[in-house]
Design a protein around this ligand. Structure first.
Ligand code: DP6
Length: 338
């Protein structure tokens, strides 16, 4: 039997950076994101009796499919996730997996959120653990064990928290509001499509070498509380201020860890300054946030989309933009890839 799932990426409003346990992949702080509809992974899995090894093939938009081997860190995590779920299911048969991303690999958008959540869902279902997929909290834990924290949040649609329960050595996703709650947009502004030099995983390990890391952590409970309130009240000014504070706080940790990591470039800085200027001079409300790379995510309300996209496209360094609405989370579909 084949199973096919679709899973979206998400943008973190409050970032996950730094872990309290590198084996269980427990974060140091809770994070909050919006699940987005424009960057999707579709994955089909099928258990085949006659396979002597697992086969995984991935295709990015506009590219030829490539077979994955277990050399890179991300591929190793992928094959470990297959082996773990197979073992939990007390099964031995190998699996064939095909995956397609509807966004270009050179968009500079981490594909791990959508691809690891899709992979985990497809594996749970084909290996007979459907109930673990249906129980979203358990599903998100299963996703966490492959090591991508951002993927944990893609299990749910809308606005999602990745919550830590340190006493129970546990962390999982929970939905704050669904995708129909608020017409927010995440406009991804691509200024540098290159692959990032330092993986997030490496960054999580370095985070506590920054002298400012504990200060960031001490601010988090309040920031998480206020962010939830701003989402509930649909208060863009409040939410946007928190989003920018948190992005800059995370990048301060990155830039002051030992060794330091600089993800921003001149174009990122230029866009951040433009966004602030549009707010100050034209009362045009949009806010910036950046993950582990130089591309800028612009958060605004749907009513301002055209104005903001027009202005962004006038900036010389902007290569292209992807407009995302809030989306539903990981789901099963009937159309298989093979
Ligand atoms: C900067 O460990 O989830 O995006 O698997 O590469 O997405 P990837 O890394 P992960 O760390 C995410 C770091 C972040 C912030 C965030 O998404 O919360």
């Amino acid at each position: 039997m084949k199973t096919t799932v679709v899973s979206p990426a998400n943008i973190a409003f409050i970032k996950y950076w730094g872990r309290s346990d590198h084996k269980l992949f427990l974060p140091r702080n809770n994070s909050i994101s919006m699940t987005i509809d424009g960057c999707l992974t579709t994955t089909t899995a099928e258990i085949l009796d006659d396979l002597d090894k697992d086969i995984v093939e991935v295709q990015y938009y506009g590219r030829k499919p490539v077979k994955i081997d277990s050399k890179s860190r991300k591929s190793k995590a992928l094959f470990e996730q297959i082996a773990r779920i197979r073992k939990d299911s007390k099964r031995k048969e190998k699996v064939k997996i095909e995956s397609v991303n509807n966004f270009p690999s050179d968009a500079g958008i981490a594909a791990s959120a959508s691809s690891f959540s899709a992979l985990t869902a497809a594996l749970l279902v084909v290996y007979g653990q459907h109930e673990k997929f249906e129980n979203k909290r358990e599903f998100s834990r299963q996703v966490r064990l492959c090591g991508s924290g951002s993927a944990v949040r893609s299990c749910y649609g809308g606005f999602v928290e990745f919550a830590l329960n340190i006493k129970k050595n546990d962390a999982y996703a929970r939905q704050l509001s669904d995708e129909n709650h608020w017409d927010l947009l995440d406009i991804v502004v691509v200024v540098d499509p290159g692959k990032k030099k330092y993986s997030s995983s490496h960054g999580h390990e370095l985070a506590d070498t920054s002298p400012y890391f504990e200060t960031r952590i001490s601010e988090m409970n309040k920031r998480i509380r206020e962010t939830k309130k701003a989402i509930k009240n649909k208060d863009l000014e409040k939410l946007g201020t928190l989003i920018e504070q948190d992005s800059t706080s995370m990048h301060a940790i990155m830039m002051t860890s030992k060794p330091p990591i600089y993800y921003w470039n001149g174009a990122s800085m230029k866009i951040m300054q433009e966004i602030i200027r549009w707010r100050e001079e034209d009362n045009l409300l949009s806010y910036f946030t950046l993950d582990a790379g130089p591309n800028v995510h612009v958060i605004c309300e749907a009513k301002d989309k055209n104005k903001i996209v027009r202005r962004l496209k006038r900036i010389e360094e902007v290569q292209f933009t992807i407009v995302n609405k809030p989306s539903e989370g990981t789901r099963i579909i009937n159309k298989h890839l093979f």
